[in-house]
Design a protein around this ligand. Structure first.
Ligand SMILES: *[C@@H]1O[C@H](CO)[C@@H](O)[C@H](O)[C@H]1NC(C)=O
Ligand SMILES: *[C@@H]1O[C@H](CO)[C@@H](O)[C@H](O)[C@H]1NC(C)=O
Ligand SMILES: *[C@@H]1O[C@H](CO)[C@@H](O)[C@H](O)[C@H]1NC(C)=O
Ligand SMILES: *[C@@H]1O[C@H](CO)[C@@H](O)[C@H](O)[C@H]1NC(C)=O
Length: 448
């Protein structure tokens, strides 16, 4: 069933009035500055004012706000490995006091400068943050993350479907050869809008990516279903790439002035099975150049796992070109990619856990050579501090590695008093291995 009713609802209000959750002010912003009825223009930071529920006069109060979730509804999402359901309820967010943003995050030599501070950072992954339907849940998660000392959070900026779900289920893009649609509605990109505004209010920076290599939340497979070819020809399929760029433009244009965006990311773990390395190289060069043309202020990165031959490597499977269909170190040369990413899952790659230190140090050396910082952007060793603490220490001590972000963050959502997805690598806030995986690591970073 392909209904576009939800899209039409969203099209916005009267001329001159910004629609719900739209931007309504900020440095160099030139659109409408008043909001449709029931919404008040609120300043998150000097670059981004947003129409949020409320009727207060638009007096900017950058560090506190009140929000209400749209309707009481429920949504469930499932992936091959996880199942989570959330129920949104009317909630009121608490005041937040994040650090004041001082500008766009950027590279500074082999590290990143974030809000004026150049230092190694700790972060985490929250693929589901943009799929929560309760604003209060988003605020709760980001308040906990900020309290933990994280600086950067990676969220899925995609949610592709080939069939439009019933209202109440979050989706961002419907893909079809006979007419794709980008959902800017309340169960569409407005969910991501809230994530960006809440991140800004909590002093967190986001890595936002545009497509999944895997089938969870659609991915390249959803484009293949719509436009033909296969996962390897996707990178050069004209119709698929045109729609991918259209989607990128839709997302980037919403947040290009927000200092809460750390970087745009081309994909989650792109691979091109059986391909010459030039396929992903050319796609990454073209796409990153396109993003820079839309938004010169934010950083851009690949989001890949880091495969391919590397000086100092042991020639094992992850160090072979065939693992990802690319040579990671070659892609580091692309001038419109500001930094490199690597992921680390030795058990999925047939390697012993202790091999992880070599993986981190060989990548770090290549980042030094390329004079670009790199992020250990995902890592998982079965939620085991004995396994993962050495990786964290190696990453922190390796020149060229500028931050690490474990997979994955977990929390208890207030709307349902339920826990977020456990996939075997989830570390829940203030529970279980939290102290040895997070508290001690953040303390070690602060002391460094
Ligand atoms: C605002 O616009 C002016 C003029 O185009 C430009 O010089 C300035 O850098 C812009 N500021 C920001 C924060 O983008
Ligand atoms: C994808 O399609 C191309 C062109 O038909 C073919 O050469 C290639 O083997 C296919 N790759 C995969 C992984 O199926
Ligand atoms: C990347 O840069 C290095 C160092 O300048 C050079 O040796 C290498 O050939 C370049 N690779 C590509 C694919 O351009
Ligand atoms: C954690 O990893 C270590 C080293 O591989 C192993 O000896 C230990 O049994 C693991 N602990 C748990 C709880 O799985």
């Amino acid at each position: 069933m392909k209904s576009i009713a939800t899209l039409i609802l969203l099209a916005g209000g009267a001329a001159g009035q910004q629609s719900a959750y739209g931007q309504c002010g900020g440095i160099n912003y030139s659109g409408p500055t008043s909001c449709v009825a029931g919404y008040a223009c609120t300043s998150w930071n000097p670059y981004y004012y947003q129409c949020v529920p409320g009727t207060a006069t638009p007096t900017p109060t950058p560090t506190s706000h009140t929000s209400t979730a749209v309707t009481t509804t429920s949504t469930s999402k499932s992936t091959s490995s996880t199942k989570t359901s959330t129920v949104s309820t009317k909630t009121t967010s608490s005041s937040t006091t994040g650090p004041t943003a001082t500008g766009f995050a950027k590279t500074n030599g082999l590290l990143f400068e974030i809000d004026g501070v150049t230092k190694y950072f700790a972060g985490t992954n929250c693929y589901w943050c943009g799929f929560l339907t309760s604003n209060g849940d988003v605020d709760h998660v980001f308040a906990d993350m900020a309290a933990a000392g994280f600086k950067v959070v990676r969220v899925w900026g995609f949610n592709d479907v080939n069939t439009i779900p019933l209202t109440g289920t979050v989706w961002y893009q419907y893909l079809s050869a006979s007419g794709s649609q980008i959902n800017t509605g309340e169960y569409g990109l407005q969910r991501l809008d809230y994530v960006v505004s809440s991140a800004a209010a909590h002093g967190l920076k986001l890595i936002i990516n545009f497509v999944n290599n895997w089938n969870d939340y659609g991915g390249i497979n959803a484009y293949v279903n719509a436009f033909g070819g296969n996962a390897s020809t996707w990178y050069t399929n004209t119709a698929a790439q045109a729609q991918y760029q259209k989607y990128i433009e839709a997302v980037v244009s919403r947040y290009k002035d927000s200092t809460a965006v750390f970087a745009w990311e081309l994909a989650n773990e792109p691979r091109c099975s059986g391909c010459d390395g030039s396929v992903i190289y050319n796609w990454a060069a073209t796409t990153s150049r396109y993003i820079k043309s839309l938004d010169p202020n934010h950083m851009v990165t690949m989001g890949d796992e880091g495969f391919g031959p590397l000086a100092g490597g042991d020639g094992s499977y992850p160090y072979q070109t065939g693992a990802g269909g690319y040579t990671w170190v070659d892609n580091l040369n692309i001038s419109t990619l500001d930094f490199g990413t690597l992921h680390l899952y030795p058990d999925s790659w047939g390697q012993p856990y202790s091999w992880g230190d070599l993986w981190i140090s060989t990548h770090g050396a290549a980042c030094v050579n390329a004079n670009k910082p790199c992020i250990l952007e995902e890592y998982g060793g079965g939620n085991n501090c004995t396994v993962e603490n050495p990786w964290q220490a190696t990453a922190l001590g390796t020149k060229g590695i500028a931050g690490d972000m474990f997979w994955q963050y977990g929390d208890t959502l207030p709307s349902c008093n339920c826990q977020t997805s456990q996939d075997g690598n989830t570390v829940y806030y203030n529970q279980g291995n939290w102290d040895c995986m997070v508290t001690q690591h953040v303390a070690a970073i602060n002391a460094s």
